[in-house]
Design a protein around this ligand. Sequence first.
Ligand code: SF4
Length: 318
Amino acid sequence: MERWQLVQRQNFPLDAKIILTEKRIREWVDYYGTYVSYSGGKDSTVLLDICRRLYPSMWAVYCDTGLEYPEVREHVKQTLNVEWLKPKIPFKEVLQKYGYPIISKEYADYIHRLQRSPDNEAIRNKVINGICVSGRPTSFKLPQKWHYLIDSGIKISADCCGVMKKSPLKSFEKKNKLFPIIGVMAAESKRREQNYLKDGCNAFNLKRPQSRPLSIWTDQDILQYIVMEKLPIAKCYGEVVPAGGQLSLFDPPLLETTLCKRTGCVYCGFGCHLEKEPNRFQRLKVTHPRRWEYCMKPMEMDGLGMKPVLLAYGVKIE
Ligand code: SF4
């Protein structure tokens, strides 16, 4: 699929997107009979609502990582028919064993590989110079501005998601012979956009097949749906209110949440350097000061030791 086709679909009215989403869900369920990977965030709350209008007993599975806002956990507790999974080890142990998830998955993974094998010339050449073993340029090169992190003494890695979320879900899928429906949108990141362009909504051909029927939705669609259906969402988002203005004359008025814009993992360091101030850690200090303390305290004092990591990485924490 070409990018213009995605943009065209992203501009469909919400009614049309709901019809398309329902169609993709039906196709997936007919093929696999399945479950919703449910995070308790607003996107997956919308997804679960659409799925359960079609299939009222649709299973939802929540991975209880201990990294969610307490309000999100509370929201999940109030949702019926949810299976709770737990990762094998806690987040703190993931940080100690593998490293901190910072910058982006791709960069963290390459820094980790180099930190693990500092004398491996092939990896060094690839990461630092962008040259592969055959001497040809690679599509990847770690930007110069992050090189100092390689020898900074800060352990960095992208393994956290795998241990905390993917592994418990994979075990569940293997045991129950199911493949997930997940609430991600192409508009969220380059990687998700590329995935959509390559596989469409229903990725039947992947090693771990998955359905992403909200792919062509935008954040505004999610908010419109929540208002339209009077859908309860986690309290940490606050209210959904008019934001003032609209994208075009033909679009509905823009909406926003009064508190959190995103939830996700409270202590995640991925992408926080790109956020406008107040960033997620500055906001956390105001909304959940005890969690902020725990996050910043050194490991020896029973914290997560993230203060020096975030400061070294140029992220303001207060
Ligand atoms: S989103 Fe961040 S904190 Fe959450 S599991 Fe993935 S890497 Fe870890």
